[in-house]
Design a protein around this ligand. Structure first.
Ligand code: DX5
Ligand code: ZN
Length: 214
C-alpha cells in the first residue's frame, strides 16, 4: 500500500499543533516537512525552532525535505530532532555520497531529491546507499502547483533501476499529488507520496489520506 506523507507547508501555521495532530490522527504514515532557505528556491519556510515544535506533537515520523544551498549545515541543525528521513537535492550537492554517509552515521535514513529536469540515472551509483529517492513532480518552492506528468516515466525508469540495484530503496513523489494521479503513480512502483493542498483543502483529512493509500 502507498504510504502518505502530508506536507505541513499547507497547514495553518497559526494552528500548527492542531493541524499536525489532525493529520497524524487521520492515519498519515509520515509528516513531510519542507525546509526552504530563500536561495535554492524562491521561498523561505521554517527552521529548527518550528520543526522541533512539530516533532513534539507529531505521533508519526518526520520526513524532512531540504531545499537549501548548504545541505551539511542544515543536516546538522535538524539531526537532533531524530527525523526518520532527511532528503537533499542532488542539484545542490557536490559530494552526495559523502552526505549520504554522514546522514546515515547520525542514525537517519538518507534520501536524495531530483528536480523535474534531473534524470533518474543521476542516482544510479548512489542507489545502493539510499533508503529513498524523492522525485519532484512540481518545481520545488510552493504548494498547490500542477502535477508535471513526465514524473510517471521517470518513476518507471527509477523503479527498474532500484529493483536491479537496491529493491529496499523507496520511491517517493512530491507535488500536485491527488486522487487524480495516484493510480498512475502506483502503477509505476511509487511507494510514498507527499500531498499538501490535496489533504489540507479536503473536507476530511482522513478520507483524503485513505484515497491515496491504495
Ligand atoms: C514543494 C514542496 C511540496 C509541497 C507539496 O516544493 O516540496 O512538499 O508542499 O504541496 P502540494 O501537494 O500542494 O503540491
Ligand atoms: Zn516537499
Amino acid at each position: 500500500m502507498i504510504k502518505v506523507a502530508p506536507s505541513v507547508l499547507s497547514a495553518d501555521f497559526g494552528n500548527l499543533q492542531r493541524d499536525v495532530e489532525a493529520i497524524c490522527d487521520a492515519g498519515c504514515d509520515l509528516v513531510h516537512v519542507d525546509v526552504m532557505d530563500g536561495h535554492f528556491v524562491p521561498n523561505l519556510t521554517i527552521g529548527p525552532v518550528v520543526v522541533s515544535s512539530i516533532a513534539k506533537c507529531a505521533t508519526k515520523p518526520l520526513d524532512i525535505h531540504l531545499m537549501v544551498e548548504n545541505n551539511t549545515f542544515f543536516v546538522d541543525l535538524f539531526a537532533p530532532l531524530k527525523p526518520e528521513y532527511i532528503s537533499f537535492h542532488i542539484e545542490e550537492e557536490k559530494h552526495p555520497h559523502r552526505l549520504i554517509q554522514k546522514i546515515r552515521s547520525l542514525g537517519i535514513k538518507p534520501a536524495i531529491v531530483l528536480n523535474p529536469h534531473t534524470p533518474a540515472e543521476a542516482v544510479e551509483y548512489l542507489l545502493k546507499d539510499l533508503d529513498m529517492v524523492l522525485l519532484m513532480s512540481v518545481n520545488p518552492g510552493f504548494g498547490g502547483q500542477s502535477f508535471i506528468d513526465t514524473v510517471i516515466e521517470k518513476a518507471s525508469r527509477l523503479n527498474a533501476l532500484r529493483n536491479k540495484i537496491n529493491p529496499d530503496c523507496l520511491i517517493e513523489v512530491d507535488g500536485g499529488v491527488s486522487d487524480k494521479n495516484i493510480k498512475s503513480l502506483k502503477n509505476v512502483g511509487v511507494d510514498v507520496v507527499v500531498a499538501g493542498s490535496y489533504v489540507f483543502n479536503h473536507s476530511s483529512k482522513k478520507e483524503a489520506i485513505e484515497s491515496l493509500q491504495i
